[in-house]
Design a protein around this ligand. Structure first.
Ligand code: 16G
Ligand code: MG
Length: 554
């Protein structure tokens, strides 16, 4: 690092002292904490983003300011790599160490060592670009400023502020920029709306079928999804959409949003008896999660939840149907993989297996699921909480494009040609960078219209096993070490045997515990043949966790 660079960093770092007495960690999805203590972290992650751009030969890197479904006073920061996916896990330890460096001098020493080790040129001769985005949190504006200071204190680095965007929009833009594709927000809306329209136009005409699925009401968690969905709505016809909780009056994520709806299994604020029977959906605060639900009649705000597993199943079924229309055994056969986590309802895994699909499990967190899905020609991944997407390999896209443009292929039959066009439209509609509630919602809607299905019909694909989630406060959650995609606890010794002994008492019982990556708790998930049994199993295992790890455990 030359003298000029060193003094640039020293000067700016002294304006962003780290909070005293708090240790921050990159976690499952970036840093998250009360917004008031994040200035220094965001500034330093701005530096990291610029270094990442230099390291990747000047590729565009994304920096998103959001705390997703967490409360409005929280905020967070995460980095998108040139592919649009999460930053490589190799850099997370560096993120942790610079976030916690006690003063500007030690920060600069860490940067210097890392730049040397990674061969990152720090002489200002190379350009670096970082795209910035933020959700609607009031703290976002000043945190973006802190990020800009960090980025601009690396010589040659430029920050481009995209303003308020959904997390998946920023990831999409990063990916598009690096691929040399159209990458503005308008391009995003154009691509989604035109591929949606294409799927609708390709629906086989059935007599008497006139939009059998009716209107959709969307709870936007009082977050960024509201204003963005409004833009999409104006571009779309063929979709009867009502937008609620778009943030004009209510509070972000308070009694609203996908996380609340999925975990509490109740209707969000602003929904009630008048909505019984109508298809409803919820986005989370930064619009990267999506769940559907219906309000149950006389059910005290209870809902029938249609979660990420069901969205995954719908997508998998549709893709499989289209591939089987193409069906030629002599032709190229794409490898299809479905990726879930231990939170996936057992009934969904059984259903997917019955469809003949290969189901793979990874630990919780998009970076794990996404990485696994990339190994397939068509990799479909979803967490039960509603985060997921479909990834297509370059080889599959190349093949599909060839089929789409092959003049002789019409001779193979109109329906085959249409199946190719549908798959092509799906590759354009569904966000290839990261799970995206808006693009996921349009794909669900297009498929329901294609099938002529109501939400109830969709929900009937299989019946969820009753489940319960609990969280337990413990002295040190890092004492819990899991393996086999979080289905088994390795440490502390003895706890897994005890969990097995309790679980064995419940018909169709399944239970696992894992340390949260976003909260200071250990989570318990239980499933069994009745709700009472699932509740009891979860409670028993939560007690066990407390005995082994609670504040009074010896
Ligand atoms: C984050 C993850 C999500 C995961 C959740 C688990 C991303 C973009 N988001 O929200 O995938 O399900 O954390 O939280 O990776 P937990 O570790 O607190 O249970
Ligand atoms: Mg989110």
């Amino acid at each position: 690092m030359n003298k000029q660079q060193q003094s640039m960093l020293l000067q700016s770092a002294s304006s962003f002292p780290p909070p005293k007495g708090t240790k921050l960690s990159y976690g499952t999805a970036g840093f998250r904490a009360d917004a008031s203590i994040l200035q220094s972290t965001v500034f330093r992650i701005g530096i990291l983003a610029a270094l990442r751009s230099l390291k990747t030969g000047g590729s565009v890197i994304g920096l998103m300011i959001t705390a997703s479904h967490n409360k409005v006073s929280d905020n967070g920061v995460k980095i998108a790599d040139p592919s649009g996916g999460m930053v490589t896990q190799d850099w997370e330890p560096f993120a942790d160490s610079i976030a916690n460096a006690p003063d500007p001098e030690s920060l600069i020493q860490l940067i210097n060592e890392f730049a040397k080790k990674e061969n990152i040129p720090l002489d200002g001769a190379k350009a670096a670009t970082v795209l910035l985005g933020r959700d609607t949190r009031p703290s976002g504006e000043s945190l973006v400023k802190a990020a800009k200071h960090g980025i601009c204190s690396v010589a040659g680095a430029v920050a481009t502020d995209m303003g308020i965007v959904t997390t998946p929009q920023l990831h999409w833009m990063v990916r598009a920029r690096n691929k040399g594709l159209k990458a503005s927000e308008l391009d995003y809306f154009e691509q989604l709306s035109s591929s949606f329209r294409c799927l609708i136009d390709l629906i086989p005409k059935k007599s008497g079928d006139n939009n059998p699925v009716g209107k959709l009401i969307v709870d936007c968690a009082n977050g960024v999804g509201g204003e963005k969905l409004q833009v999409l709505k104006e571009k779309l016809n063929g979709l009867h959409l009502e937008i609620r909780n778009s943030g004009e009056s209510g509070i972000l994520n308070e009694g609203v949003g996908a996380d609340y709806v999925q975990k509490e299994k109740v209707a969000p604020e602003g929904f009630g008896p008048a909505d019984v029977g109508i298809r409803c959906a919820s986005l989370d605060g930064d619009a990267d999660r999506l769940v559907y639900f219906t309000v149950i009649p006389n059910g005290n705000n209870k809902i029938e939840l249609v979660d990420g597993d069901k969205i995954l199943s719908l997508f998998a079924l549709f893709i499989k149907d289209q591939l089987s229309i193409l069906g030629d055994k002599n032709e190229y056969q794409p490898r299809v993989g479905v990726v879930q986590t231990a939170y996936a309802n057992g009934a969904s895994t059984k259903y997917l297996n019955q469809l003949g699909l290969q189901v793979i499990f990874t630990p919780t967190g998009v970076k794990y699921l996404h990485g696994k899905a990339e190994e397939y020609d068509i990799g479909i991944y979803f967490e039960a909480n509603g985060h997921g997407t479909i990834l297509f390999s370059e080889q599959f896209l190349y093949w599909l494009e060839g089929r789409k443009n092959d003049p002789s292929s019409t001779a193979k039959g109109l329906e085959k040609q249409n199946a190719v066009k549908r798959l092509w439209a799906v590759t354009k509609l569904i966000n290839q960078a990261v799970g995206d509630a808006l693009s996921g919602l349009l794909l669900v809607e297009a498929i329901l219209q294609h099938m002529g299905w109501s939400v109830d019909k969709w929900n009937e694909l299989y019946h969820d096993l009753p489940s319960r989630q609990l969280k337990v406060k413990v002295a040190d959650r890092s004492a819990v070490v899991t393996n086999y995609a979080e289905t088994s606890v390795e440490k502390p010794p003895g706890i897994q045997e005890a969990i097995n002994a309790i679980t064995g008492k419940y018909p169709q019982g399944r239970c696992f515990v894992r340390p949260s990556g976003t909260e200071d708790v250990v989570r318990v998930y239980a499933e069994a043949n009745t709700q009472e049994a699932a509740d009891e199993l979860a409670t028993q295992v939560a007690k066990l966790v407390d005995q082994f790890l609670g504040f009074t455990a010896s």
